[in-house]
Design a protein around this ligand. Structure first.
Ligand code: ADP
Ligand code: ZN
Length: 745
């Protein structure tokens, strides 16, 4: 395959090389632009400089060696530790018509020999090898005969003894590198402390100015932590926001995994359990089902994820508290690799802290214990902070110059929630803590405050205390939230071993009223905070479903995962732009020449037929481009379309008129209005909403109460509460009005 880009490539100037890289990006991969440091890394490799690339998971490391490999004259060898990842890459490269293969024990002797023949005859561009395979004498001899242009070392941190995943066979890769000394070397990793980086650079002979570190930020991940009060209900509510989408739920123990999976499947969810207790065959079968979209949810221990490259995981839920920030970051990092928004929710239960501490106590080595405790405390700080979580995360990974706010975590989005003066309840709580002797946990103290007649209370005669029953005005949940805020702000401390609450030097300030206690009651975040509704797909849902099922059919026939055919983003764009010609099809994200050749006919056929039946035409305008871009990559800015619709609505146009005018469904118009307030934007004329809703005051209040109670994410619970009194059209607008009132008051 000699292409124009490849002709006498080594003779080109650097600028020409860069241009060639841009062409390959579009022609082969169908992408319009490089991400952050991709192009700098690729250019450096193309200049034949040894290079170190540090990029978060999902950052797009593969492209950094795939593009040079396509451009270089000879063979590129990619060292990768995991067989499943090699297979995955080869399948995807096949789809892109880039000749690649691997050599490992999963191949039959025949296949193995065939691959050798393809490699030695110069037909292969990328060869994937595990480090131990690369060091075999027969392989080294074979490589001597090939023109090896590049050696890419994935998971390069394994080279360093200072890393947490040191592998001795990585150390010996020196042999390979010295032997192929004409080849440029590219080391890639997602995790590397400064010490590990130095080590990699020294061993692979990489200059300081050839080191490229990308930010660890993953702007498309929405990060949220919720108090774990009814975990199963919280889990299903979260899953329900992602119907038919792929997600991972992490639990701490195998028993936990099994139990949750059973419940979910009994309730009709498509879920499989995954942990190290399953045999190898089962594990790879389940992994495969997940990758091929035959099952939506994997409930797993930390054993799951290493060999998974699925780009369209739309959510990660932590059912239990992770042990440290590294694992948490690595696990949420498995969501949204394709750059489209994904949601990460951590259910944070105080009981889990006790469990983790218990495990730590079982450790014998003092040093290990201290380290584990420190890691746990860092994780707790992240879970309990009221500041931006993303910034907390990035600072943990050593990034200093991060902006003040991310607008994409629960804390940033709930800022509108004012703190109120909670001095009186705080005093009640503290005085009850004192009267019960500072030897009880929050649960018991709350029971006393709320006048419970639980046995433990009567046994301790706490029903005789003056603080017994003086706190019935708040629910247990509210009191618990208050107790945590007291701890977090240092007015109480929790005994590490027993969980009992004790006074601190600052307690008296509150108790005697020297200082007001400001806080938030009710886990207001879960109820009314505007949150990123990242699962919103713009475009025709009906068409999207058709395209999805065609993708699944093709994938099953070809025995590849659906994402190897087209990414979610590609399908979304098709369902939005309705391309009618191969030319416009090629403009879709992720559609390069090979994909267009293979699939344009089939997909264009579906799109045309759908459009004909609905009277739709191809969309090509710039507004549409901004809209889809915003939906897919960032929600910091509102699209022009949303703004237009809101302006027209405020000026007096009805939802029905707007729908006709923009040739969209009523729901799409509601969607724009909702999105507007979700971004924290206020209407200049919210009366318009009320006129359009057209309800009397009593009904209006009833509806707002229902939203307060059930949250605004789903309309069904609110609809159920209100019975037949309001219809869904009104509900959509009520939701907007409700959210609007929380951001303006
Ligand atoms: P990593 O190896 O760093 O975890 P990958 O190389 O698997 O990440 O890339 C993650 C996803 O991002 C893949 O689906 C890939 O196709 C996509 N991707 C990479 N670079 C780009 C780009 N420049 N434009 C659009 N998508 C990209
Ligand atoms: Zn934030």
């Amino acid at each position: 395959m000699q292409t124009s880009e490849q002709t006498a490539f080594h003779k080109q100037s650097n600028a020409q090389k860069q241009q060639s890289a841009n062409q390959v990006l579009k022609r082969v991969f169908g992408f319009d632009s490089f991400r952050a440091s991709q192009s700098a890394i690729i250019n450096n490799v193309l200049k034949a400089e040894n290079t170190l690339a540090i990029m978060p998971t999902g950052g797009g490391k593969s492209l950094c060696y795939q593009i040079p490999a396509v451009l270089f004259d000879g063979l590129s060898v990619v060292i990768s530790p995991l067989i499943s990842l090699m297979q995955d890459q080869v399948r995807q490269l096949d789809e892109l018509n880039v000749p690649s293969c691997f050599l490992n024990s999963t191949l039959s002797p025949n296949e193995y020999q065939e691959n050798i023949a393809r490699i030695t005859s110069g037909k292969i561009k990328l060869l994937f090898l595990a480090p131990e395979t690369a060091l075999q004498v027969s392989i080294l001899n074979m490589l001597d005969q090939c023109k090896v242009a590049c050696i890419a070392i994935d998971e390069a941190h394994c080279i360093s003894e200072w890393g947490h995943e040191f592998r001795p066979e990585y150390r010996q890769l020196n042999v390979l590198i010295e032997r192929l000394d004409d080849a440029v070397c590219l080391a890639l990793t997602a995790t590397a402390t400064p010490r590990v980086r130095e080590d990699i650079k020294r061993q692979l002979n990489i200059a300081d100015d050839s080191e490229f570190i990308s930010s660890f930020d993953r702007p498309n991940l929405y990060i949220e932590v919720s108090e774990k009060d009814s975990p199963y209900r919280q889990t299903t509510a979260f899953i329900d926001k992602h119907p038919n989408q792929s997600g991972i739920i992490y639990c701490q123990s195998r028993a936990g995994v099994n139990e949750l999976t059973q419940k979910l499947t009994a309730d009709g969810y498509s879920a499989l359990a995954y942990h190290a207790g399953l045999n190898h065959q089962k594990r790879s079968e389940y992994q495969d089902k997940f990758v091929r979209d035959d099952v939506n949810i994997i409930v797993a221990t930390i054993a799951f994820g290493m060999g998974i490259n699925k780009p369209d995981v739309r959510y990660v839920l932590h059912y239990d508290l992770p042990k440290n920030i590294e694992s948490y970051y690595q696990q949420i990092g498995r969501a949204g690799r394709d750059g489209i928004d994904a949601n990460c929710l951590l259910l944070f239960g105080y009981g889990d802290i006790g469990k983790n501490r218990f495990f730590i106590d079982q450790m014998h080595n003092e040093q290990e214990k201290r380290l584990a405790t420190m890691h746990l405390n860092q994780m707790l700080a992240l879970a309990e902070t009221e500041d931006c979580r993303r910034i907390g995360l990035l600072q943990y990974f050593g990034e200093q110059d991060v902006q003040g706010k991310c607008h994409k975590c629960d804390n940033c989005l709930s800022e509108a929630q004012q703190q109120t003066d909670l001095s009186v309840p705080a005093q009640k709580f503290l005085s009850c803590t004192y009267r019960t002797g500072q030897i009880f946990g929050a649960g018991h103290i709350v029971d006393v405050l709320r006048g419970s007649s639980a046995e433990k209370i009567l046994q301790n005669q706490h029903n005789l205390l003056s603080t017994y029953g003086i706190g019935k005005e708040y629910t247990k949940k509210q009191w618990m939230a208050l107790s945590r805020q007291l701890i977090q702000k240092g007015f109480l401390r929790q005994d590490e071993q027993f969980g009992s609450l004790k006074f601190t030097p600052s307690t008296q300030d509150i108790l005697r009223g020297h200082k007001p206690f400001l806080g938030r009651l009710q886990e207001a975040k879960a109820e009314s905070a505007p949150r990123a509704n990242s699962a919103t797909l713009l475009g025709e849902i009906g068409l999207l479903e058709l395209l999805r099922s065609e993708r699944k059919r093709l994938a099953d026939n070809a025995k590849v995962p659906p994402y190897a055919i087209f990414s979610d983003r590609s399908l979304q764009e098709m369902a939005f732009y309705f391309p009618h010609s191969v030319e416009s099809f090629l403009k879709i994200h992720g559609v390069g020449q090979s994909k267009a050749q293979k699939y344009a006919d089939i997909f264009l056929g579906i799109i045309e037929q759908y459009c004909e039946s609905k009277g739709l035409t191809e969309q090509g305008n710039e507004n549409a481009a901004t809209l889809i871009k915003n939906a897919a990559t960032s929600n910091k800015d509102l699209s022009a379309k949303t703004q237009d619709i809101v302006n027209a609505f405020e000026a007096g146009q009805s939802v029905a008129e707007l729908a006709t005018q923009h040739k969209v469904k009523l729901n799409t118009v509601y969607g724009h209005l909702y999105k507007y307030v979700q971004h924290g934007k206020a209407f200049s004329n919210s009366e318009r909403l009320l006129t359009e809703i057209n309800l009397d005051n009593a009904q209006l209040q009833l509806a707002l109460d229902a939203f307060r109670e059930h949250g605004h994410e789903r309309l069904k619970p609110v609809f159920d509460v209100l019975g037949e009194r309001v219809n869904y059209d009104q509900l959509h607008l009520l939701r907007v009005y409700f959210l609007h009132s929380t951001i303006t008051t």
